[in-house]
Design a protein around this ligand. Structure first.
Ligand code: SF4
Ligand code: SF4
Length: 131
């Protein structure tokens, strides 16, 4: 080992780590990072366009748990994040701009993670079956 290299190695021993100790320390995502997104059911009209346009078939249309005036078909999209490539095509094509976007990126899981719970929280309170 050359003296230059040895000096470099020894000096690095006393420097602050360059890497982030994730997940012990939270890693910050950029504000504009494309993270989890979910349809706001107080806006969604159930047109299915987002599901039709999704390149990875990550979106399925599910029946609403209750009737909503602005959604006569009574269906809403559910995004499966494990299949999603976060292209945001669905966000762009939605005619009523129903998708809420976030920069949340921690999607690694051994269970199915979907947008369902987040979306159900956006159902108009007076029309929701949830109390
Ligand atoms: S971001 Fe892209 S891949 Fe993900 S659900 Fe939307 S259209 Fe599909
Ligand atoms: S494109 Fe928009 S309005 Fe149509 S189903 Fe998807 S989220 Fe709802």
């Amino acid at each position: 080992m050359s003296l230059k290299l040895l000096t470099e190695v020894l000096s690095n021993l006393f420097k602050k780590a360059s890497t982030v100790e994730y997940p012990k320390q939270p890693s910050l995502a950029l504000q504009e990072h494309r993270g989890r997104h979910y349809p706001d059911l107080s806006k969604c009209i159930g047109c299915s366009l987002c599901a039709l346009e999704c390149p990875t078939n990550a979106i399925t249309m599910n029946p609403l748990p209750t009737k909503v005036k602005h959604n006569p078909r009574g269906i809403y999209p559910v995004v499966e994040y494990g299949k999603c490539i976060f292209c945001y095509r669905c966000v762009d094509v939605c005619p009523v701009k129903a998708y809420i976007t976030t920069n949340y990126f921690e999607n690694a899981s051994d269970t199915l993670i979907t947008s369902n719970e987040l979306s159900l929280e956006t159902l108009p309170r007076t029309e929701s079956l949830k109390t």
